[in-house]
Structures are given as C-alpha cells and as structure tokens.
Design a protein around this ligand. Structure first.
Ligand code: FAD
Length: 332
C-alpha cells in the first residue's frame, strides 16, 4: 500500500451529554488548516446513539464530510465497540491524518486504533502543521519537563495520528447553514460479541467543572493541612465557577480523586487563571500547569519554589487569605 492511497484529514468527534465536545470543535479548526494546506477534505467521524443529527454542527465548524456510526451498541463509550468502528472506517477510506482530543476517551481510543492498524501516535500534541508536498504531519509537544518542544514524525506508516490537548487549538467561528456530506456507516457487531458491559454510569457531582477544559482552576496542596482544610479550595472554586485541582500529595492523602491531580503523573492544564494554594511548586507539579495564562500563588513560605513560577505571589496563610478572597468575590 502506497502513501498516495491515503487522503484527507479526519477528526474523531467526541460526544458528551449529547453535544460534540469543545475539544473536537477546536480540532475541526486545526484540521481545516491542515486539510487546506494539503488541498484535501476535512472529515469528522462520529460514533454513538442518536448522533447523526450532530453532523450539522460539524459542518458549521468546518467539516466537509462526516462518517456516522449511529446504533444502540454505541450508546456508551467502550474501547472495543468504538475501536472496531473507527478501525473499519479507517481501513475503508484511508485518511492521511486522524486527530483526537487528548481526553480520557480520545487517548484510550487513539492508542487502541493505532495499535491495531498499526501506526504511530503522537500523544498530547500542542502544535500541528503538515508538509504541503509530502503530507508529513508535524506534531509538536513539550518534552523533558517542558524544556523543549519535540516535533514527532511518523515517516513509515499511514494514517498519522495525534491526540491534541484541549484549549490549545482554536475552533472556527461557526458558519450557520454550512453543509456537507453525511456518510452512514455500520459494521456487523452484536452486543453478545462485546466483552465489556456498562452497568451503571456514576457521575461526579454535577456542579463540578471539568479540569482539562476549565478557564479557571483553583488548586490546593498539602498546605491545606487536612481534607477539612481542603474544603476551602472547593469554596473558592465555587464562587468563581472554577474547577478544583490538586497536587499529588493531596490525591495520595485521599482528600480528592486522582482526576483532579495536576502534573507529570496527572493532567496537564492550560486555564486562563490558575490558583496554586498551599502548593510548594515541585517540578512534577509545575510541568502540568506552567502554560496557564495567569498563575497566582498563595504560600506561607516566601522561599517556596512556586513563587519562581507564578505571575502574582501572596506570602501568607491560606486560611487567612482565601476567606478574604471569597468574601470579596461574593460582593463583586
Ligand atoms: P508540599 O510539598 O508538602 O507543600 C506544601 C506547601 O504548602 C509548602 O510550600 C508550605 O509552605 C505550604 N503551606 C503550608 N501551610 C500553609 C498555609 N497554611 N497556607 C499557605 N501555604 C501553606 N506532584 C504533583 O503535584 N503532581 C504530579 O503529577 C506529580 N507527579 C510526580 C511524579 C513523580 C515520579 C514524583 C517523584 C513525584 C511527583 N509529584 C507530583 C510529587 C511532587 O514531587 C511533590 O511531592 C508534590 O507536588 C508536593 O505536593 P504539595 O505541594 O501539595 O505538598
């Protein structure tokens, strides 16, 4: 099979609560630029139950075509069912590039599909470009603790795949009424052939904002002293409609779940505002939040490393400063 047989840029359109996830709309914006440079089409792939009607949104955000797998078997995300559908579609139409959001679902699906094809996958990309003449995808991401940008190439295989961090690409301004081609697809897959069953979906408390897509994150560290002390972080987050982040030590202490952990072994976040409260500023934490727009640190130790990595630093006791901040914000 020659590389010439591969055409088009695809975006896996993740569906959350009946809508295309913001990161997928951002990727349509990025994918549009790549497709235009290669003089090729931009397609979305959408898998789910009752998702066909979402194709219109994808067209408004830049897609020319949408491949749809719409069946009850896809009601909930399961690696096996989604992977089989996307694998079949990829084999049939041979895209040159496939982009996924670097979300829990996107990372899981992309790695499963890349392994089965097999092809290369660049994870957690923050910059994308393509060589106009060869179609080689230039997928760049921070490496070595954020000290360099590494551009990773997949020279031997097609399609080229990448997961892309939420909030780094820009969605296009939607063009109401823009249309495209819907291609309905299916594979012969029966429920009794699928090894995993979804028994129950347990949602995290509805009021919580997703950390990897939040504009504001209030993160707390061991300096809060206890699970009860960490409540202060939730209170400040609530008044600002922010997501709650945490250091690894807080997660290990059981004050909050792992998916709130920011850093090397947690999530990488790029909110507009990041509060680091009672966090010492270990390098493993810094690599996960250093690209935030504005970093505000509160720590009672003036020598804490976090003060080398923030835009504004307040030296003081979190239990004095945060309540004052909450009171001010409530009045605003
Ligand atoms: P501490 O280092 O204990 O800091 C607490 C801070 O609170 C101190 O600076 C103190 O001055 C301040 N403080 C105390 N009381 C108050 C008060 N009343 N008001 C204000 N400030 C106060 N860490 C992560 O966060 N994320 C990761 O993904 C991660 N991955 C890791 C991976 C590896 C392989 C390793 C080895 C470590 C990793 N770590 C990670 C752990 C990291 O090295 C640090 O141990 C951790 O980040 C420290 O958490 P902390 O800042 O909450 O706690």
């Amino acid at each position: 099979m020659s590389f010439e047989d591969y055409h088009g840029v695809w975006v896996f359109l993740e569906v959350r609560d009946g809508q295309i996830a913001p990161v997928s709309l951002e990727l349509l914006g990025a994918g549009r630029q790549l497709a235009d440079k290669r003089h090729t089409e931009l397609a979305g792939v959408i898998i789910g139950e009752g998702v066909r009607q979402l194709a219109g949104t994808a067209f408004e955000y830049g897609a020319d075509q949408v491949y749809v797998y719409d069946a009850p078997i896809y009601r909930h995300y399961r690696t096996e069912t989604f992977m089989k559908a996307l694998f079949a579609c990829t084999h049939k139409y041979k895209p040159e590039i496939i982009l996924f959001g670097a979300t829990t679902t996107g990372k899981d699906l992309a790695s499963a599909v890349a392994t089965d094809l097999p092809t290369g996958l660049t994870a957690d990309t923050t910059m994308l470009d393509v060589e106009e003449d060869t179609g080689l995808l230039l997928a760049s991401r921070p490496a070595f603790g954020g000290n360099i940008m590494a551009t990773i190439l997949c020279k031997k295989y097609r399609p080229q795949m990448a997961t892309v961090r939420p909030k780094v690409m820009k969605a296009l301004t939607p063009e109401p009424g823009r249309t495209g081609v819907v291609v309905e697809e299916s594979i012969p897959l029966q429920e009794d052939e699928v090894r995993t069953k979804v028994l129950e979906i347990v949602r995290e408390t509805a009021k919580k904002v997703k950390i990897d897509e939040a504009d504001i994150i209030v993160a707390g560290g061991k300096g809060l002293g206890s699970a009860a002390g960490f409540e202060l972080i939730h209170q400040l987050a609530d008044v600002m409609g922010a997501a709650v982040g945490a250091s690894r030590d807080v997660v290990e202490a059981g004050w909050i779940g792992h998916h709130h952990q920011v850093g090397q072994t947690g999530v990488t976040v790029t909110p507009k505002i990041y509060f680091a409260i009672g966090i010492s500023g270990a390098i493993q934490h810094i690599v996960g939040m250093q690209n935030s727009g504005l970093i505000i640190a509160i720590n009672k130790d003036p020598a804490a490393a976090i003060f080398q990595n923030c835009h504004y630093g307040i030296v003081g006791d979190a239990f004095e400063i945060v309540p004052m901040l909450i009171a001010e914000l409530k009045q605003a």
